[in-house]
Design a protein around this ligand. Structure first.
Ligand code: TTP
Ligand code: MG
Length: 429
């Protein structure tokens, strides 16, 4: 506790306690839940795989199968060369060197993931779900970096152990957990001792923990950056931390400075909870405030198109369309129109937004304009990722205007919802 790195601690508060939870060989672990006889066996789960066939790609492999060189994203044909199918074995073949192949069953894995996420939400107020099997928890308010009375372990470690045990006991799958004062270190820590890992990096230990780690593991370093860093003689996070910030900035721009900071243990990103957005908005500021109605309409049109487009791409329908008008110096005005039912109608967003602008702000000098759709509903209960494992990033919520839309004028004229299928809608607010 005494030794704290600058940047890992808030000057006005205690060090954060962030958990990164990542399930071990998740799809394979799910398969073992319904086929316990697969426990301890090499298991390969294939995307586009059909029993008996050789096509598709490996989604994941159990750690036993990884010993044979089978890994995610490999063609099934390669996996089969390294680890034959148990059903294909001939009389003289060694069954210990063969694997069990299964086909991805995303619906089932999602239901297991939902049970895990329910426990995570029970254990933390702030949960950021990043994929089907991965989440960050901010548990600063639930535990502490102080040592437990019984020894040299921190209370935070005991807390993380409790989370891990609950997942194992209540759901029956194993998680690896990293505990650290910030997100990027927690993520590296959860991966550090997989499977079934629990790695705790205390506030004073961040830099020494990161030092020997390959630069590729530093958040934000992809293969290209790693190669460039390598050519500068920078192989580890320690090398990166010791590098000259000016050199990094010359090579990578502002990102270079950011990577330098990360490698030194600085990462002040807050764990922001995921969830469905309650509204979607976009705003745009004029370099010079203007009262030109043509300019203002032009901007509103562009903002309306952008917002409607984002709503559609997220499968969101909206019941309210609004605008925000900021008058110099900082006078914020919001106006909105309620519709009779949820719509997905870009033209309507544009016409309502323009009407709201024309009605009251045609002559007004403005410095900023915004368009927002709200009272969202989602046609599909799970739009966040198409194949279930890619990042399920949070939707963008409206900026500062969310609770300020005060007066909602009556319906623009009873537009009927432009699309059907409302019976299957799920309401979120
Ligand atoms: P990961 O957490 O990357 O992998 P994992 O849980 O299988 O193994 P680990 O113990 O190393 O965490 O991804 C979670 C699930 O996402 C994984 O079980 C299957 C799926 N997935 C794919 O479908 N394709 C891929 O290329 C990867 C990496 C994962
Ligand atoms: Mg995983």
């Amino acid at each position: 506790m005494e030794e704290t790195l600058p940047g890992t601690a808030d000057d006005d508060g205690p060090d954060s306690i962030v958990l990164h939870v990542d399930m071990d060989c998740f799809y394979a672990a799910c398969e073992r839940l319904r086929e316990p006889e697969l426990e301890g066996e090499p298991v390969v789960v294939g995307m586009g795989y059909e029993p008996g066939e050789g096509h598709g790609a490996v989604a994941t492999a159990s750690y036993e199968a990884r010993e044979f060189g089978v890994d995610s994203a490999q063609p099934i044909s390669t996996a089969l060369e390294r680890l034959p199918r148990i059903d294909d074995l001939g009389p003289g073949d060694d069954p210990a060197a063969a694997g069990h192949y299964r086909t991805v069953d995303l619906e089932f894995y999602k239901s297991v993931a939902a049970d895990v996420k329910a426990i995570l939400h029970d254990c933390a107020d702030v949960v950021r779900e990043v994929s089907i099997d991965e989440a960050y928890l901010d548990v600063t308010d639930r535990t502490a970096w102080d040592l437990a009375a019984s020894g040299d372990r921190t209370l935070a470690e005991g807390f993380a152990r409790y989370v891990k045990q609950r997942i194992a006991r209540e759901v029956g799958v194993a998680a690896s957990i990293g505990v650290a004062p910030n997100m990027s270190t927690a993520k590296i820590a959860s991966d550090f001792d997989k499977p079934d890992g629990l790695v705790v990096v205390r506030p004073g230990e961040v830099r020494s923990f990161l030092a020997p780690i390959s630069v590729e593991e530093v958040h934000g370093v992809g293969p290209v950056t790693a190669r460039k860093l390598g050519s500068l003689g920078i192989e580890t996070a320690g090398d990166l931390a010791d590098a000259d910030a000016a050199v990094l900035e010359a090579e990578f721009g502002s990102r270079g400075r950011e990577l330098h900071e990360r490698a030194r243990g600085y990462d002040d990103r807050a764990v922001t909870p995921t969830g469905r957005p309650k509204s979607l908005s976009r705003e745009s500021a004029f370099t010079d405030p203007t009262d030109d109605i043509k300019d203002k309409r032009e901007v509103v049109r562009a903002l309306a198109a952008d917002v409607a487009d984002r709503a559609r791409s997220r499968g969101a329908m909206y019941r309210t369309i609004g605008i925000k008008v900021v008058v110099p110096p900082f006078d914020i005005n919001t106006r909105a129109t309620s519709l009779s039912g949820p719509v997905d109608d870009p033209e309507l967003v544009e016409s309502v937004a323009l009407d709201l602008l024309d009605a009251e702000f045609a002559e007004t000098t403005v410095r900023k304009l915004g368009v927002r759709v709200s009272k969202l509903s989602f046609a599909d209960a799970d739009q966040s990722s198409l194949d279930g494992w890619e990042s399920a990033e949070a939707g963008e919520t409206g900026g500062d205007g969310d609770e300020r839309v005060s007066d909602e004028p009556p319906n623009t004229g009873g537009e009927a919802p432009s699309r059907g299928g409302q019976s299957s809608l799920v309401e979120f607010d």
